[in-house]
Design a protein around this ligand. Structure first.
Ligand code: GLU
Length: 576
């Protein structure tokens, strides 16, 4: 494992297993197989309007970071259920001129008044996640604007205010509600709890707004204008910050503890990325407070001794081996991963060759391990495991951008659940990211690494990723939404790209499967469901479930870019 500051000098075709993609007939409206090709620049994001905003910025001479900022601000308008300026995220950046890889942590922080027991009942019972998800108590200090500002200071080319124009115009003039947004409005419980949110997403008679309706968001346009003119400080201090605090503390359900100083003190952090070799490729991801990079890389390292290239994607053997590696990585993640500014995370120990070897040798080709215990890597303390399989929602968004100079952004952002806390302030939704903490600070008497603490960042699973070829050239940029399922989605896609040499679109299209140290989860309505009996015979518990994912990816070749977007959501790749 390497923590870079590494300076990395930047200097195939459909392959076996595609048969599976070809016989896969579900999801009739999905894109399949063929990536979008371009020669100069590429953007893939969850909504076409965000992609076009990014392309406009690139064509105006903007950098990858400039384009990502424009795309994020548009996503906050057209895909408000998933991400926005009231949330947080993690960005990986590759600088083509210097070969430098940076990761930017814009994760939300707990208020100074947060306490480890804030999600317990008076008799010390853990409250239900869904009960604390609504209202002010789970709102963390939003990190997006400080992250974007820091990335822009380091890698921006166009003026900050210019990047806001593509979002301000449709916020003023109105944008059209997409089918996915309409569906999310209709099916999200309690979205009509708070006045401002209800007035925005519902008609006066209580009917949810429908696909194709055009709505403006003048309050969002005004917020963007203020931050465009005065910088992120206009969001973190003054009237906008005061309104955020008032909404959180005055929430009629679960009032929260945020104060204006929490916002004023918030900082995004530029951190070294977490990198490891996998089959001579260097793979870089996000370190703590995300568990994403660690768990993806550990899964791959545990699989490295198996000849996955000899197995077909979606074959029983491949699904079994990937599930087993993933469950071992998840056991470690559940115990050890948290904000490393607050608790010691045994990163070195988890990737020591002897540790990886011993843990990988637990994997049996013909029998599942069932639920596994975490290992004891060097540096591990006495901690309890975190709880619960968190369901996948409508939230979170991943975007990738490659500019003409070869700079690349891989950026995952979120407001946690669909529509976050459901609290809306000045045209944007506030996150409920603090529910990513373990709600119970203890387990079996021992403290949990991911317990709530003042100023701490809740553990994430977001996993923006960059892959470098054996020669050192950048090869792929990718990531996904999906809560803790992100880890399985990204690991499976990396195997499809590196071991099975699929193009980015074919890799994204593959039926999904994953394991979070419980059941092996197979994507419903795909041929993977046919593996159920075989997996049960190997000792797996099996669950067949719909999966959203929402992967976007770019592959880099000489003079050629290929983009892919997930047909399970409304994403699209486009380049020039
Ligand atoms: N809050 C989650 C995380 O940081 C993401 C939520 C989702 O992807 O649905 O891992």
């Amino acid at each position: 494992m390497k923590f870079l500051s590494l300076r990395h000098i930047c200097a195939a075709a459909l392959a076996l297993g595609l048969a599976l993609g070809l016989v896969w007939s579900a999801h009739a409206d999905m894109q399949r197989g063929a990536p979008v090709r371009a020669t100069h620049a590429m953007v893939a994001a969850a909504d076409e309007r965000a992609v076009d905003a990014a392309l406009d910025i690139l064509k105006a001479g903007g950098s990858a970071v400039d384009a990502a900022i424009a795309a994020q601000l548009v996503l906050g308008l057209v895909e408000p259920q998933s991400s926005g300026i009231g949330g947080g995220g993690f960005m990986l950046h590759f600088d083509a001129a210097t070969g430098t890889i940076d990761s930017y942590d814009g994760r939300e922080t707990a208020p100074a008044a947060a306490t480890p027991d804030q999600f317990l009942t008076l008799d010390e019972q853990k409250r239900k996640r869904k009960d604390v998800a609504l209202g002010g108590l789970s709102v963390g200090v939003p990190g997006i604007f400080r992250l974007l500002e820091l990335a822009h200071a380091n890698h921006g080319r166009l003026p900050w205010a210019r990047l806001f124009e593509p979002a301000i115009a449709p916020a003023d003039a109105g944008f059209t509600i997409s089918p996915r947004l309409a569906e999310a409005i209709a099916k999200t419980e309690a979205l009509d709890t708070f006045d401002e949110t209800r007035a925005y997403f519902f008609h006066d008679d209580g009917e949810p707004r429908q696909t194709g309706e055009r709505i403006p968001n003048p309050a969002y346009a005004a917020t963007l204008r203020e931050v465009a003119a005065a910088g992120a400080t206009a969001f973190y201090t003054g009237p906008i910050a005061a309104d955020i605090v008032a909404a959180v503390r005055g929430a009629t359900v679960n009032p929260g503890r945020l104060v204006t100083e929490d916002l004023a003190l918030y900082q995004a952090v530029r951190r070294p990325p977490l990198c490891a070799d996998y089959r001579a490729h260097l793979i870089c991801g996000m370190g703590p407070p995300s568990s994403g990079g660690v768990a993806v890389l550990e899964t791959l390292k545990l699989l490295e001794r198996f000849d996955l290239a000899a197995l077909a994607p979606g074959s029983l053997e491949a699904v079994h081996l990937i599930s087993e590696a993933s469950r071992l990585a998840f056991a470690d993640r559940d115990r050890y991963l948290a904000d490393s500014d607050y608790v010691p995370v045994p990163l070195e120990g988890l990737f020591e060759p002897d540790y990886i070897k011993a843990r990988s040798e637990l994997i049996r080709p013909a029998r599942s391990l069932g639920i596994v215990a975490p290992g004891t890597p060097k540096g591990s303390g006495m901690l309890a495991d975190t709880d619960a399989i968190v369901p996948e929602g409508e939230s979170t968004s991943h975007l990738v951008v490659a500019d003409e100079a070869g700079n690349v952004v891989s950026f995952t952002s979120s407001i946690e659940r669909a529509f976050g806390s459901h609290l809306m302030v000045r045209g944007f939704l506030l996150n409920n990211e603090l529910t990513d903490f373990n709600l119970d600070p203890k387990g079996d008497g021992a403290p949990v690494a991911n317990r709530v603490e003042p100023g701490k960042r809740p553990r994430s699973s977001m996993a923006p990723t960059l892959v470098f070829e054996p020669g050192g050239a950048l090869k792929h940029a990718l990531g996904s939404p999906g809560g803790p399922r992100i880890i399985g989605y990204v690991a499976q896609t990396l195997i499809a790209l590196i071991d099975w040499r699929l193009n980015v679109q074919a890799a994204i299209d593959l039926p999904r499967h994953l394991n979070r140290n419980k059941a092996t989860e197979l994507e419903a309505d795909t041929p993977l469901a046919d593996l159920s009996d075989g997996l049960v015979a190997l000792g797996h518990e099996v669950k067949i479930e719909p999966m959203n994912s929402g992967l976007q990816a770019i592959e880099f070749g000489s003079g050629r870019l290929e983009g892919g977007a997930d047909p399970r959501r409304e994403g699209i790749a486009r380049g020039y």
